[in-house]
Design a protein around this ligand. Sequence first.
Ligand code: GLN
Length: 193
Amino acid sequence: LVSNPNTAPKVGVLALQGDYAAHARSFTAAGAQVSEVRTHEQLQQVDGLVIPGGESTTMLKLIDYEGLWDSLLSFGQTKSIFGTCAGVILLAGEVTSPAQKSFGLMDLSVERNGYGRQLDSRIVKLDVEGHPAEAVFIRAPIIRRAGPQVKVLATYLDTPVLVEQGRHLAATFHPELTSDLTVAHRFLAKLKA
Ligand code: GLN
């Protein structure tokens, strides 16, 4: 891994469960200073946070167990969060199939494992605002509804798969599992803005 200058944006990766190590690698490659976040104190050190893919119910249990719910919610009220897959489920306003609690930081309704067998696990090419990008889907949620403040940056099978709302970014796929840094750079640009 390259070590980036200490003027680079500080990206924390929530490291309770899921594929946080892959995010750490890709944000390091994209030029960020990356650290793993497991405590309130570590969260205070970063400019933006990644909530990785994994299993959202397990991640929620660990967030509660570690007493991080309030810290994460207030972080998201003033700073940027990038959620991928399970991370999108945690950011959404409404979760179905089954319902579970979520931060409500983005005006999204998501259905867990919404593509069913069709997208159990697949690599596809996306168009992100005119730029080709590679996307890996693994038991992805479907964004069933995106509120008026949500901007859709990419779609697949006629459904939004990469969206932003104000300072937050969400991908139902896993950009961190390819060497394509398009989406990581997009998040870093939000931190610099
Ligand atoms: N299906 C998982 C969930 O509901 C998300 C899958 C993923 O993050 N790759 O939490």
